[in-house]
Design a protein around this ligand. Structure first.
Ligand SMILES: C[S@@+](CC[C@H](N)C(=O)[O-])C[C@H]1O[C@@H](n2cnc3c(N)ncnc32)[C@H](O)[C@@H]1O
Length: 416
């Protein structure tokens, strides 16, 4: 059953790349050899540069490789988005050169503005009502840095290299980059970057991606904006209606974690979380943690029961309860797994009204949270449109096949 529910989440900010702090699925790769600056390894930079130009010629208007340290060099493309500086290996540079660079999308100029927030520095605010599901910003990065390089390179060489990458940026982009919080270029990278997988796989090629406009959003454990990354394109979407004057926030961490975990992860950021959820009075904070535990337990139970023949033991109210807990906990940025499970459960029991209602919500949440390519999107749309033709319909009454073995969509179901 789990294969039918897309439970992908985002938690991609840079402190997570430090050793031992990663909460996302990607272990930090261990460097076999510490990277040294060019001066300490005469010829190494030049040698890799020569190999690079022969084996990985980048198309115009890419510039580079230059300023190499071991396998990592500076590459630059003034026409990729608002200009992209890339500090990475030649292999990844060729992957990046093939990626799409969509035009900037999002709300019209003036719909959001920057202002100071007491205790948080600058932040972004809505200038008009922004509706749930609206794309606030879609951007490609100004700077991408291979994580190994960021962690392992000698600090003086690293700062010089980072400055060279920033100097390559077009003036407007450079100004936005330098306007980010942080004392040095390294510090700005530390405090403002997202973890990005350039080749789209969550186990290889972790990079730090800097999107200077996006990084003006402060943290909230119950944010009103969710972001998703596909290749290197960063998309921020409103997850509830946002009123004029309201601050736009994203979560820097996985918001479904209990309060103590969230607080400790945010300490790594160098600030103590003062968002509404983290500063709840003890009784309410306890109730919130209890809901998070109930959500986890209920999801585990649903998974277990769904893997049995005909989902034996599953009860329809489990779906409604799961949605109720998510909504009570204001997990607006993470609703798709709850709605998807609820829709399937009610469909299995042949409850058309509930199945359609939850499937509609699931499809909308999947589109916000994962995007138009979300794995379960088509299936949820089909369920909302015509429950009786969906693979899950009324199977509690009609079949002995374990739910986990059933095809995920109608096309497969018809063949079967
Ligand atoms: C990505 S930046 C956000 C924009 C930043 N406030 C600025 O002035 O550019 C992250 C930094 O903002 C501050 N910050 C973000 N969310 C915060 C919060 N909920 N409480 C306090 N400080 C916060 C912290 O200094 C953090 O290192």
């Amino acid at each position: 059953f789990h294969s039918h529910v897309d439970t992908t989440t985002s938690c991609l900010w840079s402190p997570l790349v430090r050793e031992g702090q990663a909460t996302c699925a990607s272990p930090r790769p261990v460097l076999k050899q510490k990277i040294q600056p060019d001066e300490e390894q005469p010829g190494l930079g030049r040698a890799s540069q020569n190999n690079t130009s022969k084996e990985h010629a980048l198309p115009d208007p890419w510039v580079g490789p230059e300023k190499c340290h071991g396998q990592f060099c500076l590459f630059f493309n003034p026409k990729a988005g608002d200009g992209l500086s890339l500090l990475t290996s030649a292999r990844i540079a060729t992957v990046a050169a093939d990626l799409p660079f969509p035009l900037n999308l999002g709300v019209e100029p003036g719909a959001i503005y920057e202002a100071q927030v007491p205790g948080k520095g600058a932040g972004l605010f809505a200038n008009r009502t922004i509706r749930r599901g609206e794309i606030i910003m879609q951007r490609t990065p100004a700077l991408l840095i291979q994580s190994e390089l960021h962690i392992e390179l000698d600090p003086a060489a690293r700062e010089a290299l980072y400055k060279a990458a920033v100097n390559r940026m077009p003036a407007a982009s450079r100004e936005r980059f330098l306007g980010q919080i942080g004392d040095t270029v390294y510090d700005k990278v530390e405090k403002n970057s997202f973890r990005v997988f350039v080749d789209g796989e969550n186990t290889h090629s972790p990079h730090l991606g800097i999107y200077p406009e996006v990084s003006k959003m402060n943290h909230d454990c119950r944010p009103n904006v969710h972001y998703r990354l596909r290749d290197i394109t960063h998309t921020s979407v409103a997850v509830r209606d946002i009123q004029p004057g309201e601050e736009l926030t994203i979560s820097y961490i996985f918001g479904k974690a209990p309060r103590a975990t969230r607080l400790s992860q945010l300490e790594d950021w160098g600030f103590s979380c003062s968002c509404q959820q983290c500063t709840l009075p003890p009784k309410e904070a306890g109730a919130s943690d209890s809901r998070i535990r109930q959500i986890q337990a209920l999801e585990d139970e649903i998974e277990t029961l769904m893997s049995r023949a005909r989902g034996e033991g599953i009860r329809p109210e489990m779906g409604a309860k799961l949605v109720e807990l998510y909504l009570a906990e204001r997990l607006d940025a993470y609703l798709s797994p709850a709605y998807t499970r609820a829709a399937l459960i009610y469909s299995m029991f042949g409850n058309e009204e509930r199945a359609r209602e939850y499937a509609r919500e699931a499809a909308a949440a999947l589109e916000r949270e994962t995007g138009p390519y979300a794995r379960d999107l088509e299936s949820m749309r089909e369920l909302a449109e015509n429950p009786k033709r969906h693979w899950s319909w009324a199977i509690k009454a009609t079949s002995g096949t374990p739910v986990a073995e059933r095809p995920a969509n109608k096309t497969q179901a018809k063949k079967g």
